[in-house]
Design a binder for this molecule. Structure first.
Ligand SMILES: Cc1cc2nc3c(=O)[nH]c(=O)nc-3n(C[C@H](O)[C@H](O)[C@H](O)COP(=O)(O)OP(=O)(O)OC[C@H]3O[C@@H](n4cnc5c(N)ncnc54)[C@H](O)[C@@H]3O)c2cc1C
Length: 453
């Protein structure tokens, strides 16, 4: 019998399990996750005010309800159980454990307490158990705070929206009804972020966000989005290229142009700035400003890179949020590419590894939307099917019951049914506090609830 293990119950792992279950209806798929709740970043990354996007978890629930798919929560592969211990039980193991570490800038004073990695801030407001100890540092003046967000991807935009919406309480009362952390929201609501800067190294045609996220900023009532028209000037070469550029880039440029023309005058301002590369954080012990080197762009319009100049610009700020991408780390003992922070692979088969496959962010890096992981996992499963047909991978001989017993003798694990109990409790608490849900803050609290403590 061909049985399969999937490491990580985020989108890529669930899509991989689903595709495998369709191809091998009599096989068994075990999906391991280090925490007792599935869905990965759909639960702990997607912004609380994007509730519609989180509804994809209902589609994921249909996958978990298949008879031959079993969720094993609370097991961290690589530390609770090694990959070598798993191998004898499965024909193939698909590593789908995402990219959860933050990318550092590597510049002076990055460890000041008011310089906050996006991973920590997002994890905190989304109640990711890994960030339950995060403490938001207090500002000098609660009524007038400023922030610089380094990066212009969707996560950076999420951060700017959450800071501004929690500051303008009277207009965004609805934020408290989402699944946002009650602790984080009550903390953030004490402060007024009047000036937020979204800063990118490259130009308006290279902004990493999607037009959908950028457009949402137009609808932010009470906020003036400010861009200098000079920042949007294009060379003749860029103008020509833009007419044939991908639709997303064209739309982004249109939206940015609208922002530049809009001269609204609100108490809360979101400044979008281009061609600034972070040089250092200024202030001791507290952040006072971020120093940037101005950049020039070189290369063809579709492959522009930022060249640092000697000119500097400082932006005064009480907080800086570093949102320059997530990065993955290897499960010990598995071939890993330390420069791309992904598993080197050919169509999902990890190079120089027998029976190990990969999908999602740890396969291709932290890019794309939730749906991108579906085609990615289908590609990996196609490779597995081909490898089985060609005899490259063999049936597993050992009984899965033995493995599951071994794991549960060692530690407390949770099933999909357990997750449904946790889910029901979160929804019940949500109804009590007029929120869509109140999430368990830590893995221990989930265990205590399941054990009936
Ligand atoms: C802040 C943020 C906001 C986003 N918002 C959107 C959005 O609005 N719309 C959109 O389409 N996309 C959004 N995305 C992107 C989307 O979330 C990702 O494309 C997707 O989650 C990647 O899926 P994945 O399965 O590769 O990784 P993940 O979702 O990270 O899942 C990995 C899973 O592996 C588990 N795991 C990790 N290590 C181990 C281990 N050693 N053993 C067992 N389990 C392990 C983790 O607990 C996790 O559940 C957002 C991403 C971020 C970071």
């Amino acid at each position: 019998m061909h049985n399969f293990a999937i490491v990580g119950a985020g989108p890529s792992g669930i899509y991989a399990a689903d595709a495998l279950a369709n191809k091998f209806p009599t096989s068994k798929m075990l999906i391991f996750d280090s925490i007792s709740s599935p869905y990965g970043l759909v639960r702990s990354g997607v912004a609380p005010d994007h509730e519609k996007i989180k509804e994809v978890s209902r589609i994921f629930d249909k996958v978990f309800s298949k008879d031959n798919i079993q969720f094993v929560g609370g097991v961290k592969i690589g530390s609770d159980i090694g990959i070598e211990e798993l191998k004898p039980y499965f024909s193939a193991i698909v590593l789908c454990h995402g990219a959860s570490l933050d990318r550092k800038l590597g510049i002076a004073n990055e460890n000041l307490k008011n310089v906050i990695p996006a991973t920590s801030f997002v994890g905190w407001y989304n109640v990711n158990p890994e960030y339950s100890n995060f403490i938001f540092p207090e500002p000098k003046d609660k009524n007038n705070c400023s922030a610089v967000i380094i990066g212009q991807g969707n996560v950076a935009i999420d951060i700017s929206r959450i800071l501004l919406k929690s500051s303008i309480k009277e207009l965004y009362n609805g934020l408290s009804e989402t699944d946002i952390s009650r602790t984080a929201l009550s903390e953030l609501r004490k402060y007024s972020f009047r000036k937020v800067h979204l800063v990118g190294r490259r130009g308006p045609l290279q902004a990493a966000c999607t037009d959908k996220e950028l457009k949402e900023l137009c609808k932010l009532e009470g906020v003036s989005v400010i861009i200098s028209e000079d920042e949007l000037k294009l060379s003749e070469e860029e103008q020509n290229w833009l007419t044939q550029a991908p639709k997303g880039i064209q739309k982004n440029y249109e939206i940015l142009t609208e922002f530049a023309q809009n001269k609204s005058n609100n108490d809360f301002e979101l400044h979008i700035k281009f061609c600034l590369s972070p040089h250092s954080f200024i202030g001791e012990p507290e952040l006072q400003a971020v120093s940037f080197s101005k950049t020039n762009l070189s290369g063809t319009p579709e492959r522009r890179s930022a060249i640092i100049t000697n000119e500097q610009e400082e932006i005064t700020a009480d907080y800086a949020f570093v949102s320059v991408g997530y990065k993955g780390k290897s499960i010990p003992g598995v071939n890993f590419d330390d420069s791309s922070n992904t598993y080197p692979n050919v169509a999902g088969r990890i190079e120089n590894e027998n029976g190990l496959y990969t999908s999602g962010w740890i396969k291709r890096g932290p890019s794309g939307v939730i749906g991108t992981n579906k085609s990615d996992s289908v590609e990996t499963v196609t490779t597995i099917v081909n490898d089985i047909e060609s005899g490259l991978i063999k049936e597993s001989s050992k009984d899965l019951k033995e493995l599951l017993e071994k794991i549960s003798n060692k530690m407390f694990t949770s099933s999909y049914l357990d997750w449904k109990k946790l889910d029901a409790e979160e929804l019940r608490l949500g109804a009590t506090y007029n929120k869509s849900r109140v999430k368990f803050e830590t893995q221990e609290k989930m265990y205590d609830f399941l054990k009936g403590d």
